[in-house]
Design a protein around this ligand. Structure first.
Ligand code: 5GP
Length: 192
């Protein structure tokens, strides 16, 4: 099964996914490719594969990506081969992608083996505060861009199967673990 997780920047989705993966260790996280510069503390091949714009565009031409999108002037994409190989091995793969990419996956995939989860912060002000508090060396302009994009993402959330409000990390993690286990059982039961 493919598990697609989206949510605005600052929704806490990264932390939630890490915790979910500790609870369900056989989930496979798909590491994306991006042209955005590496942030402090990020690790090549673990957080992202950091590549140049030229390299990314070459990979687009080679049909390397199952989906890709341009966000805040940077490219982000998911390796088709990685995802398909793992799905063929009966593994469950997590994609942490934004709404345009999720839309693409929705178009190409058989609905019954994909779940779409959207994570939102308790309220938008809280989201703004979290984005501002990150202090990642972003300019006002960049922060504004992120806020606008976050608004669009929240509007898009209606197309997801589940919306998780992250007002408490542990509760949010528990909800997602339950969803994945429930969906796994459904798929298992449908085979017998
Ligand atoms: P960030 O730069 O904060 O790591 O990520 C920015 C946005 O890009 C986030 O919403 C994240 O979910 C999304 N993203 C990360 N990897 C991919 C990907 O492979 N494809 C798409 N479509 N979006 C991605």
């Amino acid at each position: 099964m493919l598990i697609v997780i989206s949510g605005p920047s600052g929704s806490g989705k990264g932390t939630i996914i890490k915790e979910v993966m500790k609870k369900i260790p056989d989930l496979i996280y798909s590491v994306s490719y991006t042209t955005r510069p590496k942030r402090e503390g990020e690790i090549e091949g673990k957080d992202y594969f950091f590549i140049s714009k030229d390299e990314f565009e070459k990979l687009i031409d080679e049909d390397f990506f199952i989906e890709w999108a341009k966000v805040y002037d940077y490219y982000y994409g998911t390796s088709k081969e990685f995802v398909l190989n793992n799905l063929n091995d009966n593994k469950d793969v997590i994609l942490e992608i934004e709404i345009q990419g999720a839309k693409k996956i929705r178009e190409i995939y058989d609905k019954k083996n994909v779940i779409f989860i959207f994570i939102v912060p308790p309220d938008f002000k809280e989201l703004e505060r979290r984005i501002m508090n990150r202090k990642r060396g972003e300019t006002e302009e960049e922060i504004k861009k992120r806020m606008n994009f976050a608004k669009k993402e929240i509007e898009e959330s209606k197309n997801y199967d589940y919306i998780i409000i992250n007002d408490n990390i542990n509760k949010a993690v528990k909800k997602i673990v339950n969803i994945i286990n429930k969906e796994r059982r459904k798929i298992y039961d449908s085979r017998f």
